[in-house]
Design a protein. Sequence first.
Length: 329
Amino acid sequence: MSPIEVKVVRRRGWDVVRLTSDLVEVDVLPGKGGDILSATWRPLGVDVLWSSPWGLRQHGAVATAGDSVTALMESYPGGWQTVFPNGGDATVEHGVEWGMHGEAWLSPWDFTVGDGAVELTTRLVRSPFALHKRIALDAASITVTETATNVGGVAVEAMWSHHPAFGAPLIDGSARLDSAARTIIVDDVRDTSVGDLLVGGRGMWPDAPTRDGATADLRILPGPAEAVDRFAYLTDFDRGWAAITNAPLGLRAELEWDLTVMPHAWLWVEAHATPTFPWYAGAYVVGVEPASSIPGQGIARARAKTGTTLSFAPGESRTATVVLRLSAA
């Protein structure tokens, strides 16, 4: 294998760090969230990550949002984000709003490039956390290693997850989702007219209860014409592992992660279904999101409903690693 090439390129006015191996090309956006914008399997020229309908907006685009949901969506290019220290709905913690999916998603990160990797750091404002992220490419594996440190003088709780979103052509009517989870918990709040799963229902992988009294095999991902919305949690993992395989395309994307910090995964499926903001029936995406906490309804509800939040003592650090591996199928 040839050495990993690392260079900084310009994309819509942003500095983007591009990591390239013989098999995979990765674009990283330090200036907004340290996002992984794309992960392209070079033999087929296929980016396995999803791009939002508006994609990466021009650097310096005027923000018009009046709430955290709209602010997050205005800056959401798709791809793979860090969700910290809040997950899901906005809530008030320590006298300040923690917005949807947390501050790390929107923060600018300082960066340096090294041998096959980019190192990123940021200091949050609404909570006392310093974050370090290392994104490394090794042949066909992208390894994201993050460390969160409470640099304040009081204990603080947090939610922590990763938000890789996968799109076409990896996702189509032929794609299959496999997982090492044993239990499925359908979100007990999300109740949409285009959802097919039983709100608050529970099942054993891969069978999730549906609203009509049947079950849905979650290994079979909806095709682009099915118009369905799903949000559920995968848990009781044998190991931190899930994979999306498209055999006709000849491509597989596997996620692996350490269950010590992230024992769950959120499953988000939007197949040309939601008729209102932000998708207007124009999004086709599957998110498999390793997570510390459930439900994805904001830290206050995660604390009250399941007690799955993470507590950081003053000076305490925790590290989480997520790997995305691409291969021929």
